[in-house]
Design a protein around this ligand. Structure first.
Ligand code: AMP
Ligand code: TRP
Length: 332
């Protein structure tokens, strides 16, 4: 592909309401690349159906997530912002890449192991081959960087391996992508079980903060967050609860761990927890308000996602036809 600029690509599943973890680990970093890179961001609904979804809820979540991405600062006219199922090239390249990905490689994926344990009644083939579809998402756009949270590093590395294998056989077809993981906020932990990552699919709703939560709900969740009995605001591996709150506070305010520890020295958790809550309320407020404003005009959101699919298809089709030619498929 004749690229004048490098490409940033990332995706997020519309499998529920997005959390503070999604926001800090991924979303809020995406708009920052718009000046230097060609940006392509995607609501990955095809990935979401690897776990059972209620169709009405899925439609709502996909639309709201699309609005939230705009609300975080992605400009849908300047960047390419679209819905995965609207661009058939993803599923098509995903199929081809299945034939260049090993059973053993997919078996080693941590997310597969975790999700097959948590959805033991539905360990479907899509859950297993999920990373090859993700590789297709990334490789279709000749992507250079993939801004994601820590948990996606392994999938991006597999994508590189698949691309390298394919290029090794057929010549330079794909750009090799690299994961870009933020220094702070790459792994936001649960507020009730701080050794697990914060997840929108967790059962206990006090364990996560949603981007769309009201200020009251956010304050309540932080006041209830699990800490420990020594009441000292200091980061340490023995204090996962407080360490997580300190990280969240730093990621929300831009302050360093040392600054935060110094300011809250001798103040106890009664002061610290509401301060974290307030910082997060202010961080999320503009995104929530802008999302609500955008959701009031569904017609405009539909116009924008169609525009995105058109622009995405033009790029994706070019890579797909190159792949088909290399594979020996007859031209359409
Ligand atoms: P998902 O919700 O699985 O589609 O994830 C979307 C993006 O959010 C990915 O880049 C993840 O790495 C990131 N992410 C998900 N959960 C967290 C978390 N608890 N902390 C930081 N990043 C996260
Ligand atoms: N697998 C990612 C997650 O669970 C979502 C995703 C799908 C993605 N396709 C992608 C992320 C491409 C980055 C690039 O979070």
């Amino acid at each position: 592909m004749n690229k004048t600029r490098k490409v940033s690509f990332s995706g997020i599943q519309p499998s529920g309401n997005i959390t503070l973890g999604n926001y800090m680990g991924a979303l809020r970093n995406w708009p920052s690349y718009q000046d230097e890179y060609d940006c392509v961001y995607c609501v990955v609904d095809e990935h979401a159906i690897t776990v059972r979804q209620d169709p009405t809820a899925l439609r709502h979540h996909a639309m709201e997530l699309f609005a939230q991405l705009i609300a975080t600062g992605i400009d849908p006219e300047k960047s390419i912002l679209f819905i995965q199922s609207h661009v058939p090239a993803h599923a098509e390249l995903g199929w081809a890449l299945n034939c260049y990905t090993m059973f053993g490689e997919l078996s080693r994926m941590i997310q597969f192991k975790e999700k097959s344990a948590s959805h033991a009644d539905n360990v479907n083939a899509g859950l297993f081959t999920y990373p090859t579809l993700m590789a297709a998402d990334i490789l279709l756009y000749q992507t250079d960087i993939v801004p994601v949270g820590e948990d996606q590093r392994q999938h991006v590395e597999l994508t590189r391996d698949i691309a390298q294998r394919f290029n090794g056989i057929y010549g330079d077809v794909f750009t090799l992508p690299e994961a870009v993981i933020p220094k702070v906020g790459a792994r936001v932990m649960s507020l009730t079980e701080p050794t697990k990552k914060m997840s929108k699919s967790a059962e206990n709703e006090n364990s996560y903060v949603l981007v769309m939560d009201s200020p009251d709900a956010i304050m309540r969740k932080f006041k209830r967050a699990v800490t420990d009995s020594d009441a000292c605001v200091r980061k340490s591996p023995e204090k996962p609860g407080v360490s997580n709150l300190i990280d969240i506070y730093c990621a929300a305010t831009g302050e360093s761990v040392e600054e935060v520890e110094r300011r809250f020295e001798g103040k106890g958790y009664g002061n610290f927890k509401p301060a974290v809550g307030e910082a997060v309320v202010e961080l999320l407020r503009p995104v929530r308000e802008e999302t609500e404003r955008l959701m009031a005009d569904k017609g405009e959101l539909e116009r924008l996602y169609r525009l995105g699919a058109q622009k995405a298809s033009a790029v994706a089709e070019r890579t797909l036809s190159k792949v088909h030619k290399k594979l020996g498929f007859l031209p359409r």
